[in-house]
Write a protein that binds this ligand. Sequence first.
Ligand SMILES: [Zn+2]
Length: 524
Amino acid sequence: MASAAIPLSIDQSSFQVLDKIEGQFCNEEVFIRLLHFWEARNFKKGNVLMGVELLLLDAESKAVQGFISANRLFRHEESLKRNSVYKLKKFMIRPAKALYRVSDHKNTICFTDLTTMISVVDCEEKIPTQKFRLRRFNDFATIADRDYDLFDAIGQLRLITGDNLKSPTTAEPPMEVAENRSKDRVFLHLLMQDGQTIRVNLWGDIAGAFRATWNTSFVQPTVILITTVNPKTIGGAVTLNSTSATRLFFDTDVPETAELITSIGRGAGTTPTVTTASSAITKYEIVTIAEINQFLQNEPQVVVSFYCIGTVVDVLGQSGWNYVSCTSAGCNAKLGKTETSLYCATCKKTNNVGVHRYRFEISVRDKNGDVATFVVFDTDGRNIAGRNAADVLNESIQSAGEAARHEIQTTPPECLRSIVGRTCKFQIKIKEYNFTASRQTITVSRIVTDDATFDALPPSVSNAPLAVAETSVKKRSTPPMGSGTVPAANQPSVGDPTANTVTIKTGPEEYDAGKPEKRPRVEN
Ligand SMILES: [Zn+2]
């Protein structure tokens, strides 16, 4: 129920405070400040709005999380204003959830049909204007990947990577990058007060908010406070990820940032380096399959690329190995069949000339022994097979006869199986459908090299026991695919260049990542 704000002379003794509320329902009035509110959506169910989450602060500076379900939102929607003060009564008290906590309070407040939330003025000074839960590098490292608490971080901006950023250090013009990478992410290095540098991903709208402040500031900020971040281990490094609840504060916005500015002093030497996302394309994080799965469960729905190193253990047949593709320039879409013709849904036109292209699934196992299904497309397929999908198809049908056409079309040919046993560095792309798919397949943008080793991976900092890697040497009969064309920068930078297989011991079981044949082993 939206009510006009009423001036109020506060007699604090007539109000209840959060810590003194008992029972499951509160009939008394609580005097609170609405610090922040944000939408709670269910990514798994078509992004449906579940309700609005609130962060509330009382007169004793105790913060609590609140929730208004979507069906009750109409009563309060219009009166919700960040940083306003309200008197709130007739609400449910529930134990705080264990995951994704944004306050320390043991309870949360749930709005019911009876709840009233009435804006009050002239008494703002009675409640503090902010409350943060700041943590340092080691705190985040300890709780990474657990999803319990979403704490706040503060630090000095040292590196900013993203597109369309006004850049004080380079003269590069802003550039548009394929797939709206520019819109989806800003990547930061933040120097924290304990002297450690932490990596930060700002996603979606939060990346947009950062870009807006950065580009419109006359003096570009040197200090940032980022609230409600989720620490994840990505590519072996602790990385803070923005959430839908994240807010950003810069330089003199709040006392905490102003204090940090004063302590480090403004001036030379504190200007962060700014690079474009496109220049960072060679700096994708290398992730494990477990990290991909975690990413899909926890991150906002974005298109993003990673590297993943894994050994191909099989070429899968269940989804065939080729498709009939559109031939329009730049279009690789699968052509659909109508009664009499072929139709491209992407180009929205009939296209009766189709071409067979590779699309096949492989089973990939990473250094931890986790397995995922990757999808390989035409360019890599041609590299592996040494010829076009159409040629493979025609040759097979010529030698086996027209009667075998169906089986040939659906069974992966031997020439594709040459990838089995290879340890590859894959550039993979997480797409929107990955966040909702029931059968998970990961798109391979390209196979960077089929001659990768696991020892190029950074050491893991997670709590899982570290795998012990020992390299072994074997002769290879064929040169690595695309060798000589892969830029040196993309090759693993660590390890014995003559070693192309790695045996990883995980406890009593030995995982052999190489080809199955016997080979001499050289102890590391
Ligand atoms: Zn097309």
